[in-house]
Design a protein around this ligand. Structure first.
Ligand code: PMP
Length: 419
C-alpha cells in the first residue's frame, strides 16, 4: 500500500508554520458561497479535510479495497494492515496502547458502548451517575437510558456563570453512591477546557469511574490520555480532519476484559455454534461487522497531518485567533459572549441583542459565513443560561485573521438589516 501523503505543512523555522500554505491544503476552503468567499467558522461541528486525507481515501478505493480480517488474499491483507495501522497511529497520537483502542463510528457510539457494556450490567438502584452541566447530548442521553433501565440516579455537576465547573460543588457531589463521572475535555458550546487530569484524580480517589468526551480536544491541542488518567476517553474522527463515521473509544484494559459485547456479529467472535459463542478478545470484541475501513485510512492521514504541523503549534495558532475574535465581539455593542473560562478553546458562543440566532446565521450565510446557530446539542447548558439559542463561531488553525475581520463586517451588515 502507498502510505498516505505526509502533510505539506511547511515549517520555515522550528516553531514557525506558513499558515497560508497550510490553508492551501484544504480545497473546500477556496470555494464561494452565494458568490462570496467562504468563511468557514463551524469547525466544532465538523472540520474540513486536507488533500492528504481526501487522497488517502481515494487511494484506498483505487488500490487496495477489500474487507478486513476475513480474506487471506493480498488485498485483504493490505486492507487489514491499513485498518490496524489506523489503530496504532491513533494510539500513538493519544499516548495509549493500541490494544486498548476500540475503533468505532465516533464519540456517540463510543459513549454508548461504555453505557451499554460497562454501566448497564453494573449499575442499579442506589447508584448515581454524575454528569457535568456542560455535556453534549451524546454524553447525557446514554446515561439517562442507563438510569431508566437500572434505576440508577443522574446527578448534575454544576457550573459557574463563566462556564467553568464549580469544583467545590463537584467535590460535594462525589458522594459514595457515585459510580461514574461523565465530563467533556472541552465544551462544544462554551469552549471551556476542563482540568480533566485533576478531575479524574479526584474521582478515581473515590473509586468513581471516569468517562471523558474528547471530541473537541483531540483536534486542537496535544492530548495525552495516559497522563489524564481517566477510565474511558472518547473522540470522533470528522472533527480532527478525518472522514465522518470514524472515531474511537480508549478504555483501560481491565474494563475491556470484563465488558460484554455491545453489538454482535462477524469479527467480534472467536467461535460460533448454536450451543454457545466464544467472543474475540478486546478491542475486536467490540467491533462487530465491517468497519469504515476507508474512513480509518483517511483518519490515519489526518493524524499524520495534525502531527506534521504539531498540535502545540495548532493550539497556539487557535489561541491567537480566539483572542482576536473575542476582542472584536467584545468591542461590539449589544453582543454577549457565553463562556469566559480562563482556559478556553477557539469556540465562541454569542448572543446579539434584538436578533434571533437563526436569523443572524441565515443572513450571515448569504455573506458566505458559515456559523452554527441553535442549541448545539446542549439543551441543559442553555437552560442554565436561560437562553433559547446562541450563535457559535468555532475556529480552526486554517482560519485567518482576515476572515475574522470579514466576519465582523458581515455581522455588522446583517445587524443593520435586522434593524
Ligand atoms: N461530544 C461533543 C463535545 C461534541 O461536540 C460532539 C459533536 N458535536 C459529540 C460529542 C458527538 O460527536 P459525533 O456526532 O461525531 O458522535
Amino acid at each position: 500500500m502507498n502510505a498516505p501523503r505526509a502533510a505539506s505543512a511547511p515549517q520555515e523555522a522550528p516553531g514557525a508554520v506558513d499558515w497560508a500554505r497550510v490553508r492551501a491544503d484544504f480545497p473546500l476552503l477556496h470555494r464561494a458561497v452565494h458568490d462570496k468567499p467562504l468563511i468557514y467558522f463551524d469547525n466544532a461541528n465538523t472540520a474540513q479535510k486536507p488533500t492528504a486525507v481526501i487522497e488517502a481515501v481515494d487511494g484506498y478505493y483505487r488500490r487496495f479495497n477489500a474487507n478486513v480480517s476475513r480474506a487471506v488474499h493480498q488485498l485483504g491483507t493490505e486492507a487489514t494492515e491499513a485498518y490496524e495501522g489506523a489503530r496504532k497511529r491513533l494510539a500513538r497520537l493519544l499516548n495509549v496502547r493500541a490494544d486498548e483502542l476500540v475503533l468505532c463510528s465516533g464519540t456517540t457510539f463510543a459513549i454508548n458502548l461504555v453505557a451499554y457494556s460497562w454501566a448497564l450490567p453494573r449499575l442499579g438502584p442506589g447508584d448515581t451517575i454524575l454528569v457535568s452541566r456542560m455535556e453534549h447530548h451524546a454524553n447525557i442521553v446514554p446515561w439517562q437510558l442507563v438510569a431508566e433501565r437500572t434505576g440508577a440516579a443522574i446527578r448534575v455537576a454544576e457550573i459557574h456563570e463563566d462556564g467553568t465547573l464549580d469544583r467545590e460543588a463537584l467535590a460535594r457531589a462525589m458522594t459514595p453512591d457515585v459510580r461514574l463521572f461523565a465530563v467533556a475535555h472541552v465544551s462544544n458550546l462554551l469552549g471551556t477546557v476542563n482540568p480533566v487530569r485533576e478531575l479524574c484524580r479526584e474521582a478515581r480517589r473515590r473509586g468513581i469511574v471516569t468517562v471523558v468526551d474528547g471530541s473537541q480536544a483531540v483536534p486542537h491541542r496535544p492530548v495525552d490520555v495516559a497522563a489524564i488518567g481517566c477510565d474511558f476517553y472518547a473522540f470522533t474522527g470528522h472533527k480532527m480532519l478525518g472522514p465522518t463515521g470514524t472515531g474511537a473509544l480508549w478504555a483501560r484494559r481491565e474494563h475491556l476484559e470484563t465488558m460484554p459485547p455491545f453489538i454482535g456479529g462477524g469479527e467480534m467472535i472467536r467461535e460460533v455454534s448454536f450451543e454457545g459463542t466464544v467472543y474475540n478478545d478486546p478491542p475486536h470484541r467490540f467491533e462487530a461487522g465491517t468497519p469504515n475501513i476507508a474512513g480509518f485510512v483517511g483518519l490515519t492521514a489526518a493524524a499524520d497531518y495534525l502531527d506534521a504541523i504539531g498540535l502545540e503549534r495548532i493550539e497556539a495558532r487557535e489561541a491567537e485567533l480566539l483572542a482576536h475574535l473575542t476582542e472584536a465581539l467584545d468591542a461590539e455593542d449589544g453582543v454577549r459572549i457565553l463562556g469566559r473560562a480562563p482556559d478556553k478553546a477557539a469556540v465562541v458562543s454569542f448572543l446579539v441583542d434584538g436578533a434571533h440566532a437563526h436569523d443572524l446565521a441565515t443572513l450571515l450565510d448569504l455573506e458566505g459565513v458559515a456559523i452554527r446557530s441553535g442549541q448545539h446539542c446542549a439543551h441543559p447548558l442553555l437552560q442554565f443560561y436561560g437562553v433559547a439559542a446562541t450563535c457559535r463561531a468555532s475556529l480552526a488553525f486554517y482560519n485567518t485573521h482576515e476572515e475574522i475581520d470579514a466576519f465582523m463586517a458581515a455581522l455588522r451588515k446583517v445587524r443593520r438589516l435586522l434593524g
